[in-house]
Design a protein. Sequence first.
Length: 382
Amino acid sequence: MKRVRIVAITAVALGAAVTAGTKFQQSREAEVQIAAVEPAAEPRAEAPVAAAAAPVAATSLTALAPDRREAPSTPSLIAQAPDAPLARPSIAAPHSALVAPRAEPSLAQASIVPGIDAGPGPDTSATHPATLRQLAASDGTGEVPAPPLDPALQAELAACAVWLVVTPSPGAMLETSVYAPCDGGGTVTLSHAGLTFDARLSADGQLLAQIPALTEQASVVLQFADGREQSDQTQVPDLAMIERVVLQWQAPAALQLNAYEFGAGYGDVGHVYAGAPRSAGLTDQGFLTVLGDPGIERAHLAQVYSYPRGETPRNGRVALEIEAPVTDAICGQPLTANTIELHGTASAQVRQIRIDMPACDGQGGYLVLPGVLPELQIALNQ
């Protein structure tokens, strides 16, 4: 807008200058004509000579200028100037042509036209390169967008980061939280001190698992199917008060770990198994933890029995038993299972068990293996 105003003012100034110049030239021609037709010493009787010179006036710039009636329909800035006809020179009174011409407005006065707001000149700050770059980056509303994120932060956000948090919980358990927003519904493998199981993330990439601790300085490793890994660790302060046995195997087998506390029989209150697992953190009873998703093909599965020794008012034994359902998927085949036995902070004992499944006769049933695992000795303040 400022440039438009400056151009308009300049055009008006030029128009006024042209008008002033034209009228000044007309005045000079009139003086030349008078000097040509009027000798200073000639008597008035020689007037015909001056009359004969009258046609010279017709060749002046004023006579050659186009008639106002023939002007174009769109008036120019010169045409809009006030129409002030020049006085033609008088032969009879030469002194009348010598009258000083009417004072014309100076260029400074003519450069201001009523109705046109000249306004201030352009602001130098608005033409600064930095200002022009900001205006170019504007979204059209006059607001300059926020600067881009730090490249390192932007790369981290675009990389679909994985969060794994492991914290201790009562019963010498590891509360494990997984959040992998770009891996929703995917399968993962969790490992801790020889204990391994497969699980499936929720649709939004979350997983919460309670993992029995097997070491005081416990580390959990999360592994994805494509080989990516994440790990976290924590301290387990109450591991010394726990008796723990792990049974782990691979699908499609469906093994079960049964614990019979203090002489309980099958289905009694003291029978702890997947159908009655109990909760961790109680001082007078054991609990069972089931790990792994059997719906995953060839999944690693595990069941862990734990008893808080040293915090129970009871003394006695806990008998452990392995049970294997006979199905068409595993009948007539040998199975391999691993066990881990932990007594407080002592070194864990690892065993491998081979189970020969019965032939496929279509009868189904269960294969019960008592005595494969040693009994746990429970004593107060042991």
